[in-house]
Design a protein around this ligand. Structure first.
Ligand code: LLP
Length: 391
């Protein structure tokens, strides 16, 4: 039982399923990030809002002084509403609509991470029409793989993201001729849930090559943005509640050859918020099948889609039982066989009414919830506000 981590008496009073966020762990994670980059004044971390846009989470992250990385007009609005300064917002995405670009222009966001030539031309035209100038970085596809799930690699040439390397120079030269465009830097993102630092070293090496190439043509680059992607330990959320940010930042310090005056930007999502969130669900039924025992819980793939979509592992705990261990398939109520949180999981003997915690669900959990099967969206509750909810 993980009673220490979960205030069970209070959680028992909340209607399941719901997300429970440990704000203390979130703050510790943010303090660790800040401590690690303190010695590097040119480093700036933008929180990837796509990982979790719960307003309270955004507010805590903004209070810690991180910038925001957005991929839609909706995310830009959420970030601004949470108090992120517009200048700290970077905005990526292969398909930016005109209204989204205009929103970014009107707010004066820090940078558009541009992914194609037609997009650059539209940003230029819209900026001209509004009498303003857009800061742009070019998202370059570095054709580098990452040792992660195929659905979440983004840096291969076959992926839809970024500008091919061979077009980089002509794009930069073209940008210099376009009205109302200010070229500020290069942007990269190779994938997510990356634990092997060799992948980031490969990215650094590629960026070094590209910078050498640009220097031959006397093209100056103000900033390098290496995206996000640092993974977390889904198997041991309590042993490794905070990702190894030291190793991560030091990899870039060691292998990336920044030019004098260049700033280095990071866009971290998962590693900031994954471990502080759990999906709390209640056992509805224990069903004996022909070959196995099913624990049917009241959360489903509409609340947390990662296991169904990426075959992702999330540690599952029964936080209210200490009976002898049995083996179960833990499944949700939704009419899809993929609505399964875990197969052949050893858990304390479980019964109707027990509370389960599906761990490491703070990133790409609540934000990816859907109304499939006409289910309600799950709510989020915070460790330091529980008194208010349950009184
Ligand atoms: N920057 C860009 C341009 C991105 O596309 C992403 C994530 C990030 C930053 C943040 O990456 P992170 O630090 O969180 O790895 N839904 C999937 C993950 C999709 C990630 C998409 N891009 C999942 O649940 O695993």
């Amino acid at each position: 039982m993980m009673a220490e981590r979960f205030p069970i008496d209070k959680l028992q009073l909340i209607e399941t399923p719901f997300y429970y966020y440990d704000t203390e762990l979130l703050r510790e994670t943010l303090d660790t990030i800040k401590a690690e980059i303190r010695n590097y004044p040119g480093y700036e971390v933008h929180y990837a809002v796509k990982a979790n846009a719960n307003p309270r989470i955004l507010k805590i992250i903004r209070e810690a002084g991180l910038g925001a990385d957005c991929v839609s007009g909706g995310e830009i609005k959420a970030a601004i509403q949470a108090g992120f300064p517009a200048g700290s917002v970077v905005y990526a995405g292969v398909g930016k609509s005109d209204w989204e670009i205009n929103l970014g222009l009107d707010l004066g966001i820090g940078c558009f991470n541009v992914e194609s030539l037609p997009e650059l031309e539209i940003i230029s035209a819209l900026a001209k029409g509004r009498g303003t100038t857009a800061n742009v970085a070019f998202r370059i596809n570095p054709n580098i793989g990452a040792h992660t799930h195929p659905n979440i690699t983004t840096g291969y040439a076959e992926n839809k993201f970024g500008i091919p390397m061979r077009d980089m120079e002509s794009m930069i030269l073209h940008a210099a001729e376009l009205p109302n465009i200010n070229f500020v830097g290069l942007h990269f993102h190779i994938g997510s849930q990356i634990l092997d630092m060799d992948d980031f070293i490969a990215l650094c090496n590629r960026i070094n090559e590209l910078q050498d190439q640009l220097e031959l043509h006397h093209i100056a680059v103000g900033s390098i943005n290496v995206g996000g992607g640092l993974g977390v330990d889904y198997h041991h959320p309590d042993q490794m509640p905070i990702a190894d940010f030291r190793k991560y930042f030091r990899t870039f310090t060691k292998f990336l050859k920044l030019r004098p005056g260049q700033t280095l930007h990071f866009e971290l999502g998962r590693s900031v918020v994954a471990q502080c969130g759990s999906l709390i669900t209640r056992v509805l039924y224990v069903k004996q099948g022909d070959f196995k025992k099913f624990l049917i819980v009241d959360a489903g793939m509409s609340d947390l889609i990662r296991p169904a979509l990426y075959q992702a592992y999330h540690k599952i705990e029964n936080i209210t039982s200490d009976k002898p261990v049995e083996t179960y398939d833990v499944v949700g109520p939704i009419c899809e066989s993929s609505d399964t949180f875990g197969k052949a999981i050893d858990l304390p003997g479980s019964a109707r009414g027990d509370l389960m915690a599906i761990r490491s669900a703070g990133a790409y959990g609540e934000i990816m919830a859907s109304g499939y099967n006409c289910r309600s969206l799950p709510k989020g509750y915070f460790s330091d506000e529980l008194e208010e909810y349950v009184d």
